[in-house]
Design a protein around this ligand. Structure first.
Ligand code: PEP
Ligand code: MG
Length: 752
């Protein structure tokens, strides 16, 4: 069964369009289950009805013409209940509805299972038989499993098909999650992993001769590479294994594949796209083969295709042209993809993976680039080069927008710009409530390009400088001197304001290209301070660079440790920091010992706040991670993004406990997670006693507007009230109401 399942899924996934995918499904399921009928009904979004879309065994001539509403007939009943229905004889079921033209009167047994994708019933898969009988458990299990696997493919084929048919002419809307606020209109530039053929976009080329030349060179380079590997391994491998390399060379030489690719290029497709189409056509044929050995050869072909792709890419990547209104699109964009686009050309970002709490989204927000995250089923190859709207408020993108949609989004962008202009007047004033309570509003930085904007918006300090971003953009660990210069520029720019430098925080979703960390469970693995303490040479170079950077300038340096989960880590880190201060002073450099703080990002640190406070000068809550670890919700996973709740009662209690401990110890306490930039949450944090709220600079003025409009007394009353509530939804609603009642409703963020 497992093998049968794998093959159907494979065939459906390589079908060229939705109709072909449905045809393959009904055909294969009927023969595997040896039933007389298999049909698929799919939801038509406009009619809100389940349309009879493909069949084997019933009347094919009414395919596309017959449909059932939700709850109508047995098919509608399956969709309504969203669970399988297995009946011995349809006539005995009260919900049966007779549709003459479909030709099913002679069939008694009926098994229907819903096709559900991301909680939405896309359709119903049905098998039927003349004989009166209940389908047995293994048949039901097979159909349910198949349907669950097909759902994603069908959802994908549905959008891809529509887009392919309309050839970018018809507008389509895709839903993801808000990543960074703002709207943008521009041209989609798809970035794809350079070793993954399946992600390659289709692009048209004019200069066919140049493209053929590029491809021919790539073939020659692949050939040389394969020969080189074969030669190197000649002594170590058995004859039959070496034969594999001959097979590769034959595929390259005997021409079938290169010839087909060239034919496709001549029709105007770029080399990468032509290679993808050719390899995928061949792969589909391999996959249909019964013989396991031959099917295995499909992997060789895929491998060869990816090798040729990487040779094609070597030249192409450097030449990637970013138009002046680039919308960067990719399934799994990295921070370096983002950094590769000149800032003034980058107007928006769309990522197939991740959520608002991913580092990509956080950095995009800092740069003020509207971003949508977690857009699944986006047909990357088809949208490349087309017009696209990014709505980072709602988490929506629109491909090939109509004129009306363009106007609508332009208006939205203007309204946002007006709101920002209105708030600009607040930049210079301190953040003081009408009853005289002052909160420090600081910024989170990472790229030097954040600095000017942060200062313009009245940042009073830096609460989190993400030093790892510089590491991520380098080609090797940066030297102490290189770091010193960058840190010094930051300290000088903000002088005399405080600058909180976080020590290297890699691991989790932050990888260094030159220091790969392979782990099953990276968010529970080697992250942050754990890496630094295991590599004191890297840690010491960084701390020395920070301390030396402060030499001779009027600045206030604070050093902060990420991902602390035990007291021993703080003791070790402090010892190393003290050692660095001593060393630098002994070298004759006149510097002060910086303040040292710990990030509260792990539940264990919440419960050890008092012990931590004995050892350090300040605490700063990293709510992005604290929420993920408290609620056991991966901050990058779009699937569970709805469970990532900053207003969760447990999170608020933990935050209050940390603030109480710091106040009791008379030490500084702040927060530098994204929560600080959420106006409603900021109000609650101020009421809890957080003295420093550090956020991305685009949120500074919005938060200041809220905190200068409401009294501390009102904020404390709200906090007391929401701490009695039992769900995040109630707390959020009550907080939003308070803002609305104060006339600040337009500042409520949709995010979280
Ligand atoms: C946090 O976890 O809240 C935080 C500020 O750190 P990062 O988002 O960089 O993990
Ligand atoms: Mg963190």
């Amino acid at each position: 069964m497992l093998e049968a399942l794998r093959r159907v899924v494979q065939e459906v996934s390589t079908a060229p369009d939705l109709n072909a995918a449905l045809e393959v499904t009904v055909d294969r399921v009927r023969s595997i289950m040896t039933t007389e009928v298999c049909s698929v009904y799919l939801l038509d979004d406009k009619q809100n009805r389940y349309v009879f879309r493909a069949t084997r065994g019933l009347n094919q001539s009414v395919v596309g013409k017959v449909s059932l509403g939700l709850g109508e007939g047995l098919v509608g009943y399956v969709a309504e209940r969203a669970e399988p229905l297995n009946v011995e004889a349809v006539t005995q079921h009260s919900r049966n509805q007779y549709i003459a033209e479909i030709g099913e009167d002679e069939f008694n047994a009926f098994l229907g299972v819903p096709i559900i994708h991301q909680g939405q019933t896309l359709g119903v898969l049905v098998v039927q038989q003349r004989e009166k009988r209940r389908f047995d458990e293994s048949e039901e299990a097979f159909l349910v499993t198949l349907s669950a696997q097909l759902a994603g493919l069908i959802a994908h084929a549905k959008v891809t098909g529509l887009l392919a048919v309309s050839r970018r002419k018809a507008s389509r809307t895709f839903h993801g999650a808000p990543g960074a606020p703002g709207v943008a209109l521009g041209v989609a530039i798809v970035i794809y992993p350079s070793v993954d053929l399946s992600q390659v976009p289709y692009r048209k080329v004019r200069n066919v001769a140049r493209e053929v030349d590029r491809f021919t060179k790539a073939v020659a380079e692949t050939r040389a590479e394969v020969e080189g590997i074969a030669e190197k391994m000649a002594n170590d491998l058995r004859e039959d294994t070496l034969g594999l390399f001959d097979a590769y060379l034959m595929m390259l030489d005997e021409g079938a594949i290169p010839k087909e690719v060239v034919q496709r290029i001549k029709k105007g497709q770029w080399a990468q796209g032509a290679l993808k189409q050719t390899i995928e056509t061949h792969l589909a044929r391999f996959d249909l083969m019964e013989d396991a050995y031959l099917r295995e050869r499909a992997n060789d072909l895929r491998e060869l295709g990816n090798r040729m792709l990487s040779h094609l890419e070597k030249r192409n990547r450097r030449r990637l042209h970013f138009p002046k209104d680039t919308i960067l699109v990719g399934d799994d964009l990295s921070l370096s993809d983002l950094a590769a686009v000149p800032r003034e050309r980058l107007k928006g970002i769309v990522s197939g993976r991740g959520s608002v709490n991913s580092h990509l989204a956080i950095l995009a927000e800092a740069l003020g680039v509207p971003t949508v995250m977690g857009v699944q089923d986006l047909p990357m190859p088809l949208i490349d080069g087309g017009d696209i709207i990014v709505d980072g408020f709602q988490g929506v993108i629109v491909t090939a927008p109509t004129n009306t949609q363009r106007q609508q989004y332009r208006k939205l962008a203007e309204a946002e710009a007006e709101l920002t202009r209105d708030l600009e007047g607040l930049a210079a004033a301190p953040c003081i409530t009408p009853d005289g309570h002052r909160t420090r509003l600081w910024v989170n930085t990472g790229l030097f390009s954040d600095v000017a904007r942060s200062l313009e918006r009245g940042a009073e300090g830096v609460g989190l400088y993400r030093t790892e971003i510089h590491y991520m953009m380098s080609e090797a660990f940066p030297t102490e001197e290189e770091q010193r210069q960058i840190y010094r520029a930051h300290l000088l720019a903000f002088s005399p304001r405080p600058v909180t430098m976080r020590t290297l925080d890699i691991g989790g979703d932050k990888a260094l290209p030159y220091f790969p960390i392979q782990e099953e469970n990276p968010f529970l693995g080697w992250r942050g301070i754990r890496v630094s303490l295991d590599h004191p040479e890297i840690f010491i170079a960084q701390i020395r660079a920070m301390i030396r950077a402060s030499e001779g300038i009027d600045c206030y340096l604070r050093i902060m440790l990420p991902m602390v989960s035990s007291i021993a880590e703080v003791d070790m880190a402090r010892q190393l920091i003290d050692q660095c201060v001593r060393e630098v002073q002994e070298e004759g450099v006149i510097v002060k010992r910086p303040d040292i703080g710990v990030m509260i990002e792990v539940p264990a640190a919440v419960y050890q706040a008092e012990a931590l406070l004995k050892r350090v000068d300040f605490l700063s809550v990293g709510s992005n991670d604290l929420v993920q670890y408290m609620l056991a919700v991966d901050r990058n996973n779009a699937q569970v993004a709805g469970l990532y709740q900053e207003f969760h009662p447990a999170v608020l209690r933990a935050l209050k406990q940390v603030a109480d401990a710091a106040m009791k110890a008379g030490k500084g306490v702040g927060i530098c997670g994204e929560m600080a930039g959420n106006p409603g949450a900021a109000l609650l944090l101020m009421a809890m006693g957080y003295q420093v709220l550090s956020m991305n600079s685009p949120n500074l003025l919005v938060v200041k507007k809220v905190l200068t409009s409401l009294t501390l007394t009102a904020a404390k009353a709200l906090l007391d009230e929401v701490l009695q509530l039992e769900t995040a939804q109630e707390i959020k609603r009550r907080t939003d109401e308070t803002l609305t009642e104060a006339g600040l409703g337009q500042l409520i963020r949709v995010r979280r």
